[in-house]
Write a protein that binds this ligand. Structure first.
Ligand code: KG4
Ligand code: ZN
Length: 409
C-alpha cells in the first residue's frame, strides 16, 4: 500500500497557500515561510528557513537550561518572524501611523503579560507593518521544554489575535517523521510516497521511541526508553569525556577517527549492549552511561586514545541496540518502510548501520536530509501542510504539552 497525501481539492483548506511555521521546543528558535504548490498536497517551495541556535549559550551549562532557552526565544522570535516575512517578500511596512485597535491590544497585553520584552517587540511589529499575506500558522505545541514551547505558542496566538491567521498545532516528533519523508527537487520539497505499514525510529535529545505507522497520520508507540533518551546519553557521555555540548557530533567525530585509525578497544574499556536480549522493544541507556562513568573514574586522566576508544565503544553499543530493536519492530509489524527522525539521526554510523539493515532485510529507509535532522521549522511547516491537506481544523485553544506523545497527536 502506497501512502499518498491526497484529499478533495475543494475543501476550505485548499485556499491556504502561504504558511508560517514556528518551532521553539528546545534550544533553536526556528521560523520558516513556505508556499504550498497547488495540486499534489504536501509540495511546497521554501521562501524562508531560519534557525537561530542557542547552543553557544547553553554550552557553559553542559546542556539546555530551560529558563535561559525561554528567555532567548522570547528575545529573538519577533525579529526572526519579521526577517522571515521580509525574506518571503510579504512584509510591507506602513507609511502611515497605525495603532493596534483597543480590543486587540488588550488581548495582546493579557497574552504576553509575562513577556514584557516580547510584547513591546510584537507591538512594534504590528504597528509597523501591514497584515502579511500569510494564510496559516503551524506551531510546535509539544513535546519539549514547556517554558520554551510557550514562547512559540504565544507568538502564534499574538499573530492570530491581531491578524486573524488560523493556527495548526504540530507535534514536534511527528515533525521529525515528516521531515524524514521529504524529498527535495530543484525548487521544491514534497512528501515522498512510502509503503505502509511503516515504523519510525525517533532518536533525539529527549526521545527514544519506535512508532508503528499503519496509516498516514496514525502513530502507535510500540517501543521506548525506560530512562535516558539516546541523545541525552550521547550528551552526558561526551561531558564525561570532557567534550562540549551537544555531545552527539563530538562523540561521532572521535569514533570516526578511531575507525580510521583502526583502533582496537582495550578489553577493560568494553561496554555492555543494554536490553539487547530483552526480547521486547524497550531501551535503557542510563546503565550504559554509568558504565562509561565507572571506566572514566578508574582511568583517572583520560588521554586522547582512551577517549577515542570510549567514544567508539559507546557509539557501537548504541548502534547495536538500535539496529537489533528496529529489526525486531520491523519483523513484528511487517513494516515495509523505516523512517528515522530526531537529532541523533544525523549520526553517520547509525545511518550507515540502518542502511545496511534495510538492504539486508529488504525494507525502504527514509532518513532526513542532514540539515533537517536537528530541530528546524521546515519540519513543522511540512507537518502543518499535511494536517491542512487532511482537512484538519485549526485551533486557538493551545497549551504547551511538554510530554505529548506522538501516539496521541
Ligand atoms: O532533535 P534534536 O535537535 O532536539 C531534540 O528534540 O532533542 O536532537 C538533539 C540531540 C542532541 O542530544 C545531540 O547530541 C544529538 O541530537 N545529535 C547527535 C548528532 N547530532 C546531534 N547525536 C549523535 N550523533 C550526531 N551526529
Ligand atoms: Zn527534535
Amino acid at each position: 500500500m502506497k501512502a499518498q497525501a491526497s484529499h478533495s481539492s475543494f475543501c476550505y483548506n485548499d485556499e491556504i497557500m502561504l504558511l508560517l511555521a514556528i518551532e521553539t521546543s528546545c534550544d533553536e528558535t526556528a521560523i520558516s515561510v513556505v508556499k504550498r504548490i497547488r495540486g499534489k498536497n504536501v509540495r511546497f517551495e521554501v521562501l524562508s528557513h531560519r534557525v537561530l541556535s542557542q547552543i553557544d549559550l547553553h554550552r557553559q551549562y553542559g546542556g539546555v537550561f530551560p529558563a535561559l532557552a525561554k528567555r532567548e526565544h522570547a528575545k529573538a522570535i519577533t525579529q526572526l518572524i519579521a526577517e522571515a516575512l521580509g525574506e518571503a517578500e510579504v512584509l510591507i511596512e506602513r507609511t502611515n501611523t497605525y495603532h493596534i485597535p483597543n480590543g486587540d491590544r488588550k488581548k495582546l497585553e493579557t497574552l504576553l503579560e509575562k513577556e514584557p520584552e516580547m510584547m513591546s517587540a510584537m507591538k512594534v511589529l504590528f504597528e509597523g507593518i501591514q497584515k502579511p499575506a500569510i494564510d496559516a500558522i503551524a506551531v510546535t505545541e509539544g513535546p519539549g521544554l514547556e517554558p520554551a514551547l510557550w514562547v512559540g505558542i504565544n507568538a502564534a496566538l499574538a499573530l492570530n489575535t491581531v491578524w486573524d491567521i488560523p493556527i495548526y498545532p504540530v507535534n514536534h516528533m511527528e515533525g521529525h517523521i515528516i521531515a524524514a519523508l521529504l524529498s527535495q527537487n530543484d525548487t521544491f520539497f514534497e512528501l515522498s510516497d512510502f509503503e505502509l505499514p511503516a515504523c519510525a525510529l525517533l532518536i533525539s535529545g529527549g526521545h527514544t521511541e519506535i512508532a508503528h505507522i499503519p496509516r498516514l497520520r496514525s502513530y502507535k508507540v510500540i517501543g521506548k526508553t525506560k530512562d535516558d533518551a539516546v541523545g541525552e546519553a550521547f550528551d552526558k557521555v561526551a561531558r564525561m569525556l570532557g567534550l562540549p555540548y551537544p555531545g552527539g557530533p563530538e562523540i561521532s567525530r572521535l569514533a570516526e577517527q578511531a575507525r580510521k585509525e583502526s583502533l582496537v578497544v582495550r578489553e577493560d574499556l568494553r561496554l555492555p549492549r543494554p536490553m539487547l536480549h530483552s526480547k521486547d522493544l524497550l531501551f535503557s541507556f542510563s546503565g550504559l552511561k554509568t558504565s562509561v562513568l565507572t571506566k572514566v573514574k578508574k582511568e583517572g586522566e583520560l588521554d586522547d586514545k582512551v577517549k577515542k576508544m570510549l567514544a567508539l565503544e559507546f557509539e557501537n553499543s548504541v548502534t547495536d541496540v538500535l539496529v537489533t530493536k528496529v529489526k525486531q519492530a520491523i519483523y513484528e509489524t511487517g513494516a515495509k518502510s523505516l523512517i528515522i527522525g530526531g537529532g541523533v539521526s544525523a549520526n553517520t554510523h547509525i545511518r550507515f548501520a540502518l542502511k545496511q539493515l534495510a538492504d539486508s532485510e529488504g525494507f525502504s529507509l527514509f532518513i532526513p536530509n542532514r540539515n533537517l535532522s536537528t530541530d528546524n521549522a521546515l519540519m513543522i511547516a511540512s507537518t502543518g501542510l499535511l494536517h491542512i491537506a487532511n482537512d484538519e481544523k485549526p485551533r486557538v485553544k493551545l497549551a504547551a504539552k511538554g510530554s505529548w506523545s506522538v501516539g496521541d497527536c
